[in-house]
Design a protein around this ligand. Sequence first.
Ligand code: C5P
Length: 436
Amino acid sequence: MPVNKVVLGVTGSIAAYKAAEVCSLLRKAGVEVRVAMTACGARFVTPLTFETLTQHPVYADVFGQPKSYEMDHIAWAKWADVFAVAPATANILAKMAHGLADDPVSTFYLSFDGPTIVAPAMNTRMLEHPATEANLNLLRSRGVAVVAPAEGLLACGDVGRGKLADPAAIVAAVLGAQSQGAGQPVASPPAASVASAATVTTLRPPDKSLAGRTVLITSGPTHEYLDPVRFLTNPSSGRMGAALTMEAQRRGAKVHLVSGPVSPQMLPTGEGVTVHRVTTAEQMLRAVRDLAPTVDVFVFAAAVSDFRVATPPTHKIKRTGNSLTLPLIENPDIAQAIGCIKERGQITVGFAAETEDLERNALAKLERKRLDLIVANNVSNPRIGFDRDVNEVTIYRRDGSRRHISERPKSDVAFEVFEAVLGLLGPLQPASPATA
Ligand code: C5P
């Protein structure tokens, strides 16, 4: 559905002046805009600026005289397709996260049940404060989409994360809000669906950073049959693989998703994505090997079962009153197999889910599997990892450098994984005439 009517919330950050450009770009895109402002926002830019741009009174005072019998926040909530707060201060994020309603922007948020977007802008320390991070996560889990702030020189003179995203990116997020599912609440505990994963995605406009590249992602668990009706497996949901697939797709890559058995919602589709469904580790290895010659970047996110029954019986195993011994043999290690045969320029990324000695185990795997990057997380923390929407990881590179990503949605972890990959990729080879 096209977005025709937007309520823009403007709060008290120096970036409030950029809200005028957001407003102007929306108007140029044919969108009707109404502006709600906090008192601090109105000190940075006067309501008159927005009244002139929108040709409509600004809602800047909760005790102001409503323009009709209905309260502004209620009438506007029935009217708007999308609500976007840009810039969003730490204060408004805290109010929205906790349901306070003492200014026009927070009051509108509570009155509106449609797609909602926030574009934070603040000093890096405020943005990275655990309270702000927790408030953003709470809003994300409720379906609010976050347009990631940019890195750069901030108004206070510091350099870091916290600059308001580019107005064009905010407008792109607003215009795409309904199709991206922003504002649809995520079930709690999080539902296993890509639709819900998408709603907690930090909205980033498509870019071409992986255009011309082919990315292969392994995802989900494997099932190793003990007999025709029973199998060995693990709790992997395929959520990380889905987030990686969507991120590679957003960056313009051609993506092969080789997935073990997961819910169909964990199999993103769309332009450039091909899904290859497999069941066992051996099938996964075969699919990856077949595709390998065309692949530039392999990301091994699957939780592959390390063992299988050598020769599973063809009939269901029956009780005999005695204990049962099933000899297990090792499965192939897909990441290692590809690491051994990869050609110059091909990048391999592995994941290490550990319960102890995270760094030592991760670095040993980096070496043993000849990976270029390893993404390590501590799965003994029940808040992150398997079947959760968030993860906390450290990305290790072969040169000894590392980057820690504090608890964030898996979509943001996927973003950071590909940021690290970009630093390793060689120049794009011109397509041969046969493949052009
Ligand atoms: O299971 P392990 O901790 O060794 O997994 C580390 C990495 O190796 C992961 O990226 C996983 O996808 C990959 N792996 C694999 N084939 C296996 C086991 C693990 O590709 N049989």
